[in-house]
Write a protein that binds this ligand. Structure first.
Ligand SMILES: C[C@H](O)[C@H](O)[C@H]1CNC2=NC(N)=NC(=O)C2=N1
Length: 97
């Protein structure tokens, strides 16, 4: 799939609309850390994110220990950040709203 990488301007503008997400990997990714009451809550969240990832065919890089989930979004096909990452971040955030 051909996916366009965001320009720096687009990236900064889209990022202003996302709370809690920060640029990572020299602007080629965004990341956010989530904390839950315990492992069960964290893993339930991960399961829901996994379902979204599968339906969108857009997969997170993530790390979990106990109640903490760190998510990094980047578009491998674009070699950096694309609108798909921004949309995925919004979907993830919506799970917690
Ligand atoms: C063939 C398949 O559509 C691609 O490999 C998809 C799958 N999931 C993906 N996930 C992410 N994060 N980036 C991609 O570029 C990507 N590409």
């Amino acid at each position: 799939m051909t996916v366009e990488q965001l320009t720096e301007e687009e990236r900064d503008s889209w990022l202003r609309g996302l709370t809690g997400w920060a640029l990572a990997r020299e602007g080629k990714a965004i990341e956010r850390t989530f904390e839950f009451a315990d492992f069960s809550e964290a893993f339930a969240f991960m399961t829901r994110v996994a379902m979204i990832a599968e339906t969108r065919d857009h997969h997170p890089e993530w790390f979990n220990v106990y109640n903490r989930v760190e998510i990094t979004l980047t578009t491998h096909d674009a070699g950096g950040l694309s609108l798909r990452d921004v949309k995925m971040a919004r979907k993830i955030d919506a799970l917690l709203a």
